[in-house]
Design a binder for this molecule. Sequence first.
Ligand code: CDP
Ligand code: MG
Length: 138
Amino acid sequence: MQQTLLMLKPDAVEGKRIGRILARLEEAGFLIRRLKMVRLNPQEAQAFYRVHEGKPFLDKLVAYMSSGPICAVVLERDDAVAELRRVVGATDPAEAAEGTLRKDFGLDKGHNAVHASDALETAREEIAFFGLTLAREA
Ligand code: CDP
Ligand code: MG
């Protein structure tokens, strides 16, 4: 079994889409192992997205991700990292495949409902970032 990190972005929380998104993930075979709602401050959002340092969209992304509460969720299933990226869909909801979360719940590229870890090592780091690393039995 593998774990990965999902984040419900401020547009999903504000738009009351938490329940529907989590239901879709449970239906897709993921087990919710940990869950936390927090509001990131700009420094924390910047640290979370430090891989994008220097990118033109970073400042807006940081401002947006610290504009309201988010939900951090540890999801588990076989091949969880790749499966979650598949279910989440392309970054731009307009380009996301039918049936993906971003297609169905995203508003635009900057407000695309969810974040998903992009690799196993990133998942470990992002789960730790939120203090959600699982002990043997959490
Ligand atoms: O989230 P994902 O891994 O699909 O995309 P990313 O390239 O790692 O970018 C992180 C986030 O920055 C995206 O989810 C978008 O919300 C935002 N972004 C943006 O606003 N404009 C771009 N041109 C690229 C990304
Ligand atoms: Mg990414």
